[in-house]
Design a protein around this ligand. Structure first.
Ligand code: S3P
Length: 173
């Protein structure tokens, strides 16, 4: 069976939905950012602060390649992973890529209250969210399945994903 890969902007619920999906399907859940943090013994915010975004992106690509060698896993990726063609190629080769979406306002609400996300530590995070969404929109659209998470619980989103995958030729869950 192919992996299930969750992508989408920060705050679209990839981690929570991934955990629900793991419960429903019995598959293992792997979060790329958490794996990077374990491997580097540092938080993502710390990697950005000490070494810059480029170093984080390199670690991200390396981890995506490593985790994609596994089968039957649910992989949650960081919101910027789609920007590198190489990441998408690797993820698509072994997995069904599912993109979660939400409005900029919902993203702001879900991401405020934590300073874990270095890209949103700016004076006007809503403007930054809109700007990054514009830049990334067409990369997210390359996913196999796109699901709106607005006003839905992570469980409901996970159930929708299972349903959609069952309707795809490639899906056998
Ligand atoms: C990023 C998203 C974050 C994390 C890093 C960069 C991005 O992951 O990878 O802060 O570029 O959108 P989440 O989408 O899980 O918050």
């Amino acid at each position: 069976m192919k992996n299930i890969v969750l992508t989408g902007f920060m705050g679209t619920g990839k981690t929570e939905v991934g955990r629900e999906l793991a419960k429903i399907t019995g598959l293992k859940f792997v979060d790329i950012d958490s794996e990077i943090e374990k491997a580097e013994a540092m938080t993502v915010a710390e990697i950005f602060r000490r070494f810059g975004e480029q170093r984080f992106r390199a670690a991200e690509t390396e981890m995506i390649e490593r985790i994609s060698r596994q089968q039957n896993v649910i992989i949650s990726t960081g919101g910027g992973a789609v920007m590198r063609q190489r990441n998408m190629d690797v993820l698509k080769k072994t997995g069904i890529v599912v993109c979660l979406t939400a409005t900029p306002e919902t993203i702001l609400r879900r991401t405020s209250g934590t300073n874990e996300r270095p890209l949103l530590q700016v004076e006007n995070p809503l403007d930054k969210i809109r700007e990054l969404l514009m830049l990334r929109m067409h990369f997210y659209a390359l996913s196999d399945i796109v699901i709106d998470t607005e006003e839905k619980t992570p469980l409901r989103v996970a159930e929708e994903i299972v349903d959609k995958i069952r309707h795809l030729d490639a899906g056998e869950i």
